[in-house]
Design a protein around this ligand. Structure first.
Ligand code: PMV
Length: 317
């Protein structure tokens, strides 16, 4: 039985994958087909506070607003708490705040489940080691297992059937000049969520067969680029990886294209900057928004083209 505190809270950063997670080998446990590698976004992420609910009913708040218990967000958060409370009567109040600028159009499920997992660990006095917490967060949302850590994080795909070896591991590396730029194209709900998108790709895209090998090679290249602090090697690998993932999506049936015309316009501007000698690279997830990778000394040149870009310094103290 769980012994809970009156309340507990936790923060977890959002993360951007440089080598993407795309495809599950186990749908129930969120076990990936490939390992992935990400960068956490420092102070940008999710803060979650848990308390025993005095009304006796579960209650879920998102950015200060109470959510219907059958809304997708509340249902997922409560289902996750159910994994821990099982049949104990422990009505909970989950209060989640995202400080990710909504204007940046960044998904918050990764930081959300990571913060919820950390808060549950405190709230229920579980004292679980961080790799176990990461494996739990993975069951909420795959990419959440990387948000348990700061800096560069590798999600080892693992091989155990119960998934306990499939979790994030922090890489020992710091890169104070590295910047992530968030370029918003659209903030609305995405058309096809990542779970169904992955399923469609794995089931219908012949091109997907080449993905696991590409991902494995890209992780090696990224490790080297991080060790060398080589922005061109890092950026090239991350951009190539993201484009390859999107190629498998486009090769699905029916086709899965997360890009908007404005996404393509941003890509062309990024390539234009590179032609002028600016070291800037792009990556994209299951949505139309673009994330840029560059070093601090290029920020002014990039901002001249992308005025409303939000800039994150992942290793700022
Ligand atoms: O964590 P999920 O199930 O939302 O999947 C994330 C998938 C990508 O964002 C496209 C890639 C990644 O590794 O973050």
């Amino acid at each position: 039985t769980l012994q809970v505190k009156p309340s507990a809270e936790a923060f977890a950063p959002s993360n951007i994958a440089l080598c993407k997670y795309w495809g599950k080998r186990d749908n129930a446990l969120n076990l990936p087909v490939n390992s992935s590698l990400s960068i956490s976004l420092g102070h940008l992420g999710t803060h979650t506070r848990l308390a025993l609910s005095d009304s006796g009913e579960d209650k879920v708040l998102l950015n200060g607003k109470e959510q219907a218990l059958d809304s997708p967000f509340a249902a997922k958060a409560i289902a996750f708490w159910d994994l821990f409370r099982r049949d104990q009567i422990l009505p909970i109040e989950i209060n989640t705040t995202n400080n990710i600028p909504t204007a940046a159009g960044l998904a918050s499920s990764a930081s959300g489940f990571a913060a919820l997992t950390k808060a549950i660990n405190e709230f229920a006095n579980l004292n679980l080691p961080i790799d176990v917490l990461s494996a739990f967060a993975r069951m909420g949302s795959g990419s959440a297992c990387r948000s348990l850590f700061d800096g560069f994080v590798e999600w080892e795909m693992g091989q155990l059937e119960d998934g306990m070896d499939s979790h994030g591991i922090a890489l020992e590396a710091s890169w104070p000049d590295l910047r992530v730029g968030l370029v918003k194209v659209e903030t609305g709900e995405k058309a096809v969520d990542s779970r169904s998108g992955m399923k469609r790709t794995v089931e219908t895209a012949h091109l997907y067969q080449s993905w696991p090998m590409q991902a494995a090679m890209d992780i090696q290249k990224l490790r080297q680029a991080i060790a060398d602090k080589d922005i061109d090697a890092l950026g090239m690998t991350a951009e190539h990886n993201a484009m390859s993932m999107h190629a498998t999506m486009i090769a699905s049936w029916p086709p899965l294209l997360y890009w908007q015309p404005a996404s393509v316009a941003v890509m062309q501007n990024v390539w234009g900057l590179r032609e002028q000698g600016v070291s800037v690279y792009l990556t994209m997830d299951a949505g139309p928004n673009i994330k840029l990778l560059f070093e601090a000394d290029q920020e002014a040149a990039i901002k001249a083209v992308f005025n409303d870009m939000e800039v994150v310094a992942p290793f700022a103290s």
